[in-house]
Design a protein around this ligand. Structure first.
Ligand code: F3S
Length: 281
């Protein structure tokens, strides 16, 4: 059987970097280690790290009650205030904010200091957006729809700097930017969308269109994995959505000649490897 694993399957660069660093810290530190929020939305990885001594804390209050140690800031990043408060607690910070997110922090900090009003296109309650808002000097606005834009009460003589959440859909971003522009604002748009998700989807489409069966690996509640599954199913009717190698029905795959594998953004490499190995047998 010919097996093709998509190159962009699984972790993106930023998540891989964060998870690797957490394991590295676990192996070298004898002081307590915490992650500020789960390092990744994958229970197995979070549990495995916990067994290696890394605990998840979800708020400053919770952290303030803990013994002094190291705090890992995950790829989503945090606000300037959270960062400062953690430092003030005397904790050692290991900052693995994705460099693409860091870039947004820098942009909004600089542009807002220069008097621009910051508009973030994204999901207001997503941790990444929470973090970005916390680097703005002054007020910022988050928009996710035309309705949100209609509610903006920014004077027309103010200059606006627009950035986006890294995982936002590009077409929707363009559409919302046009609406803001048509209102007559003077805008400076910085497209801060990361193309990791887009690349994963494009490649999944390509691989699934050329194989007899396609396997999509990821959590059942992972929206980016569900999207990958839809894309692959459209191209290949024998598409299987599995969480781990145990979900794989090997009898069904016996007569298949070529198989493709992709995985959602929070699927660790070892799970992809296990599936790959078993398909090759
Ligand atoms: Fe991942 Fe960083 Fe992009 S965390 S999705 S590589 S912004």
């Amino acid at each position: 059987m010919k097996v093709t694993v998509a190159k962009n399957a699984g972790f993106c660069f930023g998540v891989e970097r964060a998870v690797n660093r957490a394991y590295e810290e676990a192996s070298k530190s004898d002081k307590p280690i915490y992650t500020y929020g789960p390092i990744i939305h994958n229970e197995q990885v979070v549990e495995d790290l916990e067994q290696k001594g890394i605990k998840v804390v979800n708020s400053l209050e919770e952290l303030s009650k803990k013994e002094i140690g190291t705090v890992i800031i995950r790829s989503h990043g945090v606000s300037k205030n959270v960062y400062t408060k953690i430092e003030e607690m005397g904790m050692n910070i290991v900052d693995v904010t994705c460099p693409f997110v860091k870039k947004i922090h820098k942009i909004v900090e600089e542009e807002s200091s220069n008097g621009k009003i910051i508009v973030i296109v994204g999901n207001d309650i997503h941790p990444e957006v929470e973090g970005i808002k916390g680097w703005v000097n002054g007020k910022s606005y988050v928009v996710n729809s035309e309705e949100d834009i209609n509610k903006l009460n920014i004077p027309l003589d103010k200059e606006i700097c627009i950035v986006s959440q890294t995982t936002f859909n590009y077409n929707k971003f363009q559409y919302l930017v046009e609406i803001i522009e048509k209102k007559g604002y003077y805008i400076n748009v910085v497209n801060t969308i990361c193309n990791a998700t887009h690349l994963r989807q494009v490649e999944a489409r390509k691989v699934s269109s050329s194989v007899d069966a396609m396997i999509v690996i990821g959590g059942k509640h992972s929206s980016n994995t569900q999207k990958l599954y839809e894309i692959c199913k459209n191209e290949c009717k024998n598409t299987y959505y599995i969480q781990t190698v145990e979900d794989l029905d090997l009898c069904e795959l016996k007569t298949i000649e070529s198989i493709g594998i992709t995985a959602g953004a929070s699927t660790p490499n070892n799970i992809i490897e296990e599936v790959h190995t078993i398909c090759q047998k």
